[in-house]
Design a protein around this ligand. Structure first.
Ligand code: NDP
Length: 284
């Protein structure tokens, strides 16, 4: 006979705004599926309250947390340590409690690479990535560490684009270059993988046109997008019409969630349960 237990293990996401973040539904679906008495809360935290909120995690014994906009960089100063990958990216999207210590990880890029591997191994591939923000930094570092042959960063602002080129040149051995994105971008013929790591197409901007010369997109190129909501962006719709294999942002969301789940619980969740929960929410 098990003693009665009304205390659940707690995990959460901190963000602002955060109400549209769907992580809770996939995590709780996976907790249920694994028979774990765990909860995942969606918590709005203003930047000026982040330190106290992290103190709250400690005081209430949370087992883990995710961070989203605008907390991924600012949270680092409130933690007891961070992983090498998170230090390289300068951003944390996942806190793991180890004993009485809170340790920062970054699972975004690893989640992306895991989804990409469903279609191709990034090793030896020529990659064009749009964007140079937090998601792009994580994806850039992990695809470089996974052995990409070459990465071209295409970004609207030169400052952020060049900063990412510098980061990848200093911390990895991948050949990397920058192109400023001030007109429709034309892809070279030998590109293997095209990645949108910008926020173009994110709800509510669902009809945003992706600034690409679509005549340069060839059916052998793999096209992937980080946008989880809505999963079918203009870029992916056009790529599918041209016959390109595509990956939507739900894949990255699920896979970074799988890694966080494993770090928190030590249990392997079923990614299909998590993806199905998201598809139900988004009516896919
Ligand atoms: P950031 O604000 O750090 O970066 C945004 C990037 O998008 C910058 O490179 C910015 O360019 C570019 N950008 C935004 N609007 C435009 C535009 N109209 N034209 C050209 N470029 C534009 O955001 P994040 O990197 O944190 O997030 C980016 C996206 O990734 C978000 O939509 C988020 O939802 C998604 N994401 C998805 C995850 C998943 O698991 N699927 C995980 C993490 C993020 P510039 O430098 O010129 O401003």
């Amino acid at each position: 006979n098990q003693p009665l237990n009304f205390k659940q293990e707690l995990t959460c996401v901190f963000g602002q705004p955060v109400a549209e973040n769907p992580t809770q539904c996939m995590m709780e679906a996976a907790y249920n599926d694994c028979g774990l008495e765990w909860r995942y809360l969606t918590i709005e935290v203003a930047p000026e309250n982040l330190e106290q909120a992290v103190g709250g995690l400690r005081a209430m014994g949370f087992r883990g947390a995710n961070l989203t906009i605008p907390h991924k960089v600012a949270v680092i100063q409130h933690l007891d340590g961070i992983s090498d990958a998170a230090a390289m990216m300068g951003a944390v999207n996942c806190i793991v409690r180890k004993g009485d210590k809170l340790v920062g990880e970054n699972t975004d890029g690893k989640g992306f690479v895991q989804s990409l591997k469903e279609l191709t191994d990034p090793a030896g591939k020529k990659i064009v990535m749009f964007g140079a923000g937090g998601a792009a930094r994580a994806i850039g570092v992990e695809t470089a560490l996974a052995g990409a042959a070459e990465i071209t960063i295409v970004n609207r602002s030169a400052e952020r684009g060049e900063a990412l080129v510098q980061l990848l040149s200093e911390k990895t051995s991948v050949p990397v270059s920058f192109t400023q994105w001030d007109r429709d971008y034309t892809l070279a013929e030998d590109v293997d993988v095209v990645i949108n790591a910008t926020s173009i197409g994110l709800y509510p901007d669902v009809d945003a046109v992706f600034p690409l010369d679509f005549s340069s997109l060839k059916s052998n190129m793999i096209v992937s997008d980080v946008i989880p909501n809505p999963p079918q962006t203009h870029l992916l719709r056009e790529a599918s019409k041209l016959g390109c294999p595509t990956l939507d942002g739900l894949g990255m969301l699920v896979n970074q969630g799988v890694i966080g789940f494993q770090l928190w619980t030590g249990v392997d969740p079923d990614p299909n349960v998590m993806r199905t929960a998201l598809e139900e929410v988004f009516g896919v």
